[in-house]
Design a protein around this ligand. Structure first.
Ligand SMILES: NC(=O)C1=CN([C@@H]2O[C@H](COP(=O)(O)OP(=O)(O)OC[C@H]3O[C@@H](n4cnc5c(N)ncnc54)[C@H](OP(=O)(O)O)[C@@H]3O)[C@@H](O)[C@H]2O)C=CC1
Ligand SMILES: N[C@@H](CCC(=O)N[C@@H](CSC=O)C(=O)NCC(=O)O)C(=O)O
Ligand SMILES: [Zn+2]
Ligand SMILES: [Zn+2]
Length: 428
């Protein structure tokens, strides 16, 4: 029998400021809120920076079937652990961390499958805006506020779920003043954190925060979900393209630009960026695109046909980064017969459905989806932060706007201005 001593941190309710969405499709308001101390297996984080993702706007718009109000949005943040609840072992106060909307408990059937980065541990309560004990840590003016995607990074302080509970039969707590000793048999499982990951404190946190969603999603979709192959002479086509590394990306926002980065890293032979906004061409090329196509310049020809003609039969990989179901169809149909894969990344509004002729699939095209780029947050995100620090993943270049919390609504306005890739909100 081995004895591990855990010292609980006695923390108090914190009063701080947060951007609150009281109802759908209305501007956020900056409020004084209360954040309760972290409970067992939970972490309270002082958020220093947060990005604003298209998905925050989507849920605010009221089109998300899981949307609940009043809520504190934000899921692309970076901060420092302020305090931890009992049984939290993998992060400690002072650690630089990124909250994870895709948890990784390493214990559930999803985590153990080796087939997916989705985790079943906290997803159900997370989708209902609650912590795993079915309650919220946020209040404002006496009213409970909901959490968002397990992160709620539009708050100076936020709570996130951290640890896999210690199985009750393995724990014998002994109360001795403020010290609680837990006796764990030597073969007891390691207590694992699930929705937060510690990162290199030397990383610039304003940029690293964006690895909490958009950048990782796009980069991972290319490198993990599609596993884009290096162009090789094996699949050389009449168009002169070197196969099988032909990629097309629909929608060159923060996500699409990051798909381009992943495809370039994997040595794709041709990367075609498609966007209705011509302002996206310059940055698309800087992130790896070899071609830029504006569908509005081809109004008489379906975009899938334009692409098939450009590539002697279609793409090896296509990615939807728009959330538009018509675009998703075009992306599938632009794939090469026999092997082309189309990856859906974009999030479509409640009630929207995709369709195509089954013949498209019968003849070998594959439709896949990707959440958080197929990346396992706790295992892989620290490495992606290192990739950023070594210059392998570009993030600074994608930050086009910066605001203080008071001006967070301007970040949502900027999203529709045509020249915004990512806004970063600073809490300092
Ligand atoms: N699966 C996942 O894990 C994740 C999914 N998402 C989803 O991915 C999508 C992209 O996110 P993000 O990059 O932040 O969004 P952005 O809005 O920044 O980027 C989308 C881009 O697509 C362009 N676009 C719109 N319609 C078309 C069209 N018909 N053809 C080509 N381009 C078009 C937009 O142009 P314009 O600006 O002119 O409208 C914009 O440049 C969203 O749906 C988001 O919710 C995001 C993160 C994670
Ligand atoms: N509540 C939404 C879910 C939309 C969705 O697909 N979200 C992505 C992440 S989007 C990040 O910006 C995701 O990870 N999906 C997997 C999951 O388990 O949610 C809806 O119902 O539309
Ligand atoms: Zn997001
Ligand atoms: Zn799990």
């Amino acid at each position: 029998m081995r004895c591990i001593t855990l010292t609980p941190v006695i923390s108090q309710t914190i009063k701080c400021r947060a951007a609150v969405a009281w109802e759908a499709a209305k501007p956020l308001t900056i409020e004084d809120i209360e954040v309760a101390p972290p409970q067992a297996h939970e972490v309270r984080i002082k958020i220093l920076y947060t990005g604003v993702c298209h998905t925050d706007y989507y849920t605010l718009s009221g089109k998300d079937s899981e949307g609940v109000f009043p809520v504190i949005f934000g899921h692309e943040g970076g901060g420092v652990v302020e305090s931890v609840g009992e049984h939290v072992t993998n992060v400690a106060p002072g650690d630089h961390v990124i909250p994870l909307y895709t948890a990784e408990c390493r214990e559930c059937k999803f985590c153990k499958s080796g087939k997916t980065n989705l985790c079943g541990k906290v997803r159900a309560t997370q989708g209902r805006g609650l912590m795993p004990d079915e309650t919220s840590r946020f209040t404002c003016k006496g009213q409970q506020l909901f959490h968002y995607m397990g992160c709620s990074t539009f708050s100076e302080y936020t709570g996130t779920y951290s640890s896999f509970p210690v199985p009750k039969d393995l724990v014998r707590p002994v109360l001795n003043d403020c010290i609680i000793s837990f006796s764990l048999p030597v073969k007891s499982p390691v207590v694992a954190d699930v929705s937060v990951v510690k990162i290199n404190p030397k990383a610039k946190l304003d940029s690293a925060a964006l690895l909490g969603c958009g950048i990782t999603t796009g980069f991972g979709a290319a490198t993990r979900t599609a596993k884009v192959e290096e162009g090789s002479t094996v699949g050389r086509r009449e168009c002169g393209c070197v196969g099988f590394g032909l990629v097309a990306i629909f929608g060159m926002g923060g996500v699409g630009l990051s798909v381009a980065q992943g495809a370039r890293l994997n040595k794709a032979s041709r990367i075609i960026a498609i966007d209705t906004n011509p302002k996206k061409e310059k940055l698309s090329r800087e992130m790896g695109a070899t071609d830029f196509v504006n569908p509005l310049d081809h109004s008489n020809t379906p975009i899938q046909q334009v692409l098939i003609d450009m590539t002697d039969g279609g793409l090896d990989y296509t990615f939807d980064c728009t959330g538009n179901v018509q675009v998703m169809r075009a992306a599938l149909e632009a794939c090469h017969k026999g092997w082309g894969q189309s990856i859906i990344i974009g999030v479509a509004a409640a009630g929207q459905e995709i369709s195509t002729r089954p013949f498209q699939l019968v003849t070998g095209r594959v439709w896949k989806g990707s959440a958080f780029g197929g990346v396992k947050g706790r295992t892989e995100l620290p490495g992606l932060v290192e990739d950023y620090m070594e210059g392998k993943i570009k993030i600074d270049e994608l930050i086009t706007h910066r605001f203080n919390l008071d001006d967070i609504n301007l970040a949502f306005d900027a999203m529709h201005g045509g020249d915004c890739i990512r806004s970063v909100i600073s809490f300092q």
